[in-house]
Design a binder for this molecule. Sequence first.
Ligand code: UTP
Length: 412
Amino acid sequence: MNVKYEKAKEILENYHQEQVLKFYEELTESEKENLLDQILKIDFEQILELYHQAQQQPELQNDKIEPIPYVDKQKLTEEEKEKYEKIGREKIKSGKLAVATMAGGQGTRLGHKGPKGSFYLFPNKSIFEIICDTLKQAQKEYGITLNWYIMTSKENHEETTLFFEKNQYFGYPKEKITFFTQGELPMVSHEGKIILSSKGTIKEAADGNGGIFESMRRAGIIEELQKNGVEWLFIGSVDNVLLKMVDPLLIGLTETQKHLAASKTVAKRNPKEKVGVFCKINGKPNVIEYSELPQEMAELRDQNGELYYGESHVMCNMFHIQMLQQISKTKLPYHIADKKAEYINTEGNLITPTEPNCYKFESFIFDAFKSIEEMTILRVKREEEFAPVKNAEGPDSPETARKLYQDFYHIK
Ligand code: UTP
């Protein structure tokens, strides 16, 4: 008797997921082994719960929502800036900062084949190299080579590491770069059935950028940071080509405000812009997604004509090591996305759907803010720090990011 098989079969029967083993007899011995291992690693109770959550309408809550206080970089005096920057520079020079890039996303909107960071924004420069340039600049400015942690997904890990290898790590010391892989969760059909990507593989997808805390802990990175005496970790996205990861002003301001977390924001362009905005919910920092912000709140302006809820979350976050330790031990909630995903049907054929056909479960980095009492919010200028590459064309596309990058660096 194959003990593993019997155990997997029993679990699947308990959760009415027997379809997962439908093609088992057609598999090779190693494929069988892989499928059984995959089944035994899944938390079926959690998947069942998430599926039920997807069936329910979000409850209307009586939360108290308020705008969040922020500091506008443009309104700081030269003395204030100098004061904060001095504190930050000291921290950077003495090795108290490390940086992380979240590069586990699928980049479906961009549609580039391969990890988003391997997209060439210019004929001779990929997004990964652009991000790395800022670290090389910091080497010159502060005389320190910062540790760079890069989160990949199981799907893009190999391609990402190969891309770095092929490009000689863009001239950055290889030993200063650490790759770690985020977690995955199975995708579930609208009927609650776990789907297959091949006859011997359960379709899984990265568990969202909020997975960074737990995956860092699992990879021993949080412990390593602490051992190295690192106090601050800047976490940025892979797709902002003006991302300023090494920012003494942000560190100095956060230290002065005695907060353990910080985020840089840009002013929301108009009430309809599709960005999540900072606010306070029941007194704690939070981000409301554009789809969840009622129109009247989105349009509310203060006496200066500024949007009340206008601080866009642009994935420029910084956490103190103490906060990282705390968050990495808590479970962030999962959000549910209705996605189009290829799957193997009951006849064993690969189906490419034209409409969303299954649920994907993701946690978001900003949900971590809920467990923080107060955090620093620094509004920076969009044209200086935010040039996202999200869509293949139109707004937030390579074309718009290229222009912003060229304007900022005065490239003709
Ligand atoms: P997005 O939410 O824009 O998602 O990610 P995406 O996967 O890059 O693009 P689409 O939605 O499929 O078109 C914002 C940042 O979070 C990272 C991304 O790599 C990007 O830096 N991310 C997202 C992860 O690291 N892991 C995830 O599971 C999701």
